[in-house]
Design a protein around this ligand. Structure first.
Ligand code: ACO
Length: 331
């Protein structure tokens, strides 16, 4: 599976802000109910940052934890990739802000945007530099302050999302461990289903765009739902097949955390027991690119993922995009 070196995860870290918004809190803000949100999504509460906190602030905490877990120094990093749809600003990139904050003086840095699939796009990009021997240690982060781009008066979206950050240090691992297979995909024709229309070169921010709320996330939830149910299982299957394995060989599934019904549909198609799937969306909602790395970090540090396990990470998101990765855990 590799060109020269084997690439795996050397350490993980995550951070979610302490402020909790429960479904009961949302009942006071929009026309919704705890019953509706739990039965349609599985979400009970989500975390949100304070007004003065930006994505690089929470990313830095997750990154420091991952660097410590990997047993390296920030100066050992060769590259930082930040996957986010909520960068601190258009430029400089959040990765560059973080490079400075971490003192990662030897690292190149760039942001990558693939919405909720961003972390998987990030680690599969990082893998290319590792297996060819170009770089040794790469920090990949998925971090979002989605609370800043959500219309808190729109019940269709505000109940779904939360803030958080997850990070992983990728590097060389011994033969037989690390990333065994991966897949990435996109369907730009479905981009209209999930977008933030204003603030780019097509529709620069103006008084009118703000008045029309075009600087907030807009989503056709049922279109995204239909796409997600299909793609979660097929992307996971693709990674399993490419590795020459079967679904029976999966020890643990770490899926994107958008909706429990989407996760359950994928789990059933893969014929996996519930105890082989990590779920934390009840506590955090959908944190976009941060969902998978936060779930991974929790699953690893709670002892659910162990050395030698075959784990599959799989996600989908705006773009539309998707990705999956099968890894033999080596720590
Ligand atoms: N509370 C109460 N009612 C609501 C709420 C709410 N919070 N939100 C929507 N409704 C209403 C709708 O207005 C609609 O009412 P109507 O029939 O009178 O028009 C009704 O509930 C049913 O809406 P549906 O869209 O049919 O509900 P559905 O069962 O599809 O669930 C949901 C909606 C949860 C959004 C689902 O479609 C979903 O999870 N989609 C995927 C979304 C997703 O994953 N997005 C993130 C992608 S990742 C990324 O890149 C950020």
């Amino acid at each position: 599976m590799t060109d020269g070196f084997n690439c795996g995860i050397l350490g993980t870290g995550s951070f979610v802000p302490p402020n909790i918004i429960t479904n009961e809190d949302l009942e006071k803000m929009v026309d919704t109910s705890d019953e509706w949100i739990v039965s349609r999504t599985g979400i009970k509460e989500r975390r949100v940052v304070d007004k003065n906190v930006a994505t690089s602030d929470i990313a830095a905490i997750a990154a420091q934890r991952a660097i410590k877990d990997a047993g390296i120094d920030a100066k050992d990093l060769d590259l930082i990739i930040v996957a986010t749809v909520t960068p601190d600003m258009s430029f400089p990139s959040t990765a560059c802000l973080l490079q400075d904050r971490l003192g990662a003086v030897n690292a190149a840095a760039f942001d990558l945007e693939a919405a909720c699939s961003g972390f998987l796009y990030g680690i599969i990009t990082a893998k290319q530099f590792i297996i060819t021997g170009t770089y040794k240690n790469i920090l990949v982060i998925g971090a979002e302050c989605l609370s800043k781009i959500i219309n808190w008066k729109d019940r269709n979206t505000c109940v779904l999302f939360g803030d958080g950050a997850g990070a992983a240090v990728l590097g060389r691992v011994e033969e037989g461990y690390g990333i065994l297979s991966n897949c990435l995909g996109a369907d730009g024709a479905g981009g209209q289903f999930l977008s933030l229309k204003a603030g780019g070169s097509r529709l620069p921010a103006s008084v009118e765009t703000v008045e029309q709320g075009l600087h907030y996330v807009s989503m056709k939830g049922n279109e995204v739902f239909k796409f997600a149910v299909k793609i979660m299982a097929s992307a996971a299957e693709e990674a399993v097949n490419k590795a020459g394995l079967t679904a029976d060989d999966i020890d643990y599934l770490v899926p994107h955390q958008a909706n429990i019904r989407i996760i359950d549909a994928a789990r059933k198609r893969l014929k996996l027991d519930e105890n082989k799937v990590y779920v934390n969306l009840d506590r955090y909602g959908n944190m976009s690119s941060a969902s998978i790395p936060v779930a991974l970090d929790e699953a690893v540090h709670s002892g659910k993922i162990k050395k030698g396990h075959n784990i599959v990470m799989v996600g989908f998101g705006g773009g539309l995009t998707w990705g999956s990765c099968l890894m033999k855990w080596g720590k």
